[in-house]
Ligand binder design. Structure first.
Ligand code: ATP
Ligand code: MG
Length: 289
């Protein structure tokens, strides 16, 4: 199954989240059956990240957006567990600091976009400025409504500079969210995550759905697509996200840079003596053997 085709938000298409089943697991049915594929995609990502780094011409920006407990952290932990930390970083975006808030909304984001050869994962992103900001009316509509175009221009500029932008919305149901909150209550190692606001935000679920639907529909572009990932099953979420990332990187024509030296010359100049030594050492033992 090609999850890029299945889950992409077609540029210009309307989005109805209610029509998308957050419990979808496709052909895999169970976690156990999906494990070999999850592993395969993780290994592909590891190899491709090595090429991205060596090639040094392009970069990858992965944006993760979701409501609380949908699994942004878990996705990062699982999907990127195979890649080399050198050349990969994660940036989280919380409430803006006073200095961030004193600038335009893209100011704090732009300085963290990936340089050539790098992968950067955004745990929340500039999309908060058309999501939480819209839902909580932190700025008037006249301000946030202009941001979709500004985001498209910004991401288009990144794409023109060699950055692939991939955006994932992790789609869960309100029931699944409540059950994950309940699990946190029962698990002493995760109680620190509980906040009253996670519960109060649930009342705003319909407003968030509306804001997400507009954001996904207005900013999914060919060179910066959104994918809506059914995420009630964590293993399916990991499978779909890792496949989409690996397939995208496969298409980036990543290649090892050409060798910069004359290999024969290097062998002769620096390794010939060692080899001769090895041969000389081997020779007597061969006689005895
Ligand atoms: P966790 O899984 O640990 O809860 P989190 O990403 O939800 O991770 P929190 O510290 O709980 O982290 O929440 C960060 C908060 O910052 C979120 O409620 C998010 O909506 C908010 N936030 C992020 N960007 C902005 C922004 N530009 N304006 C206002 N609020 C923002
Ligand atoms: Mg939170």
């Amino acid at each position: 199954m090609d999850y890029r085709k299945k889950f992409v938000v077609q540029p210009g298409a309307k989005v109805h989240l209610a029509k998308i089943d957050p419990s979808y697991t496709g052909e895999h049915e169970t976690h156990a059956k999906a494990v070999p594929d999850i592993e395969k995609h993780r290994e592909r990502m590891d190899k491709l990240q090595y090429l991205l780094y060596a090639d040094g011409q392009q970069s990858l920006l992965v944006v993760l957006q979701a409501l609380d407990a949908a699994g942004k952290d878990g996705t990062i932990r699982h999907v990127f567990s195979g890649v080399n930390p050198q050349g990969t970083s994660v940036i989280g975006f919380k409430q803006p600091s006073p200095s961030e808030a004193a600038h335009d909304f893209l100011w704090r984001v732009h300085q963290h976009t990936p340089g050539k050869g790098e992968i950067v994962i955004f745990n929340r992103s500039h999309y908060e400025d058309v999501l939480v900001v819209r839902v909580h009316k932190l700025v008037p509509k006249s301000v946030w409504s202009k941001r979709y175009d500004l985001i498209n221009d910004f991401e288009g500029m990144l794409a023109a500079n060699g950055t692939r932008v991939l955006k994932f919305y992790l789609h869960i149901s309100p029931e699944e969210q409540l059950s994950r909150f309940a699990q946190r209550l029962d698990d002493p190692s995760r109680r620190w995550k509980i906040s009253e606001s996670d519960y109060s935000e649930r009342k705003l679920w319909p407003a968030y759905v509306e804001a997400y639907e507009d954001a996904l529909a207005s900013t999914s572009k060919k060179n910066a697509p959104w994918y809506i990932i059914p995420s009630n099953h964590k293993w399916f979420r990991n499978l779909a996200v890792s496949q989409i990332i690996a397939d995208t990187m496969d298409e980036m024509s990543l290649k090892l840079p050409p060798t910069r030296v004359d290999l024969a010359d290097i062998r002769r100049k620096y390794h010939a003596a060692v080899r001769a030594g090895v041969k000389a050492k081997r020779a007597p033992s061969a006689k005895h053997g």
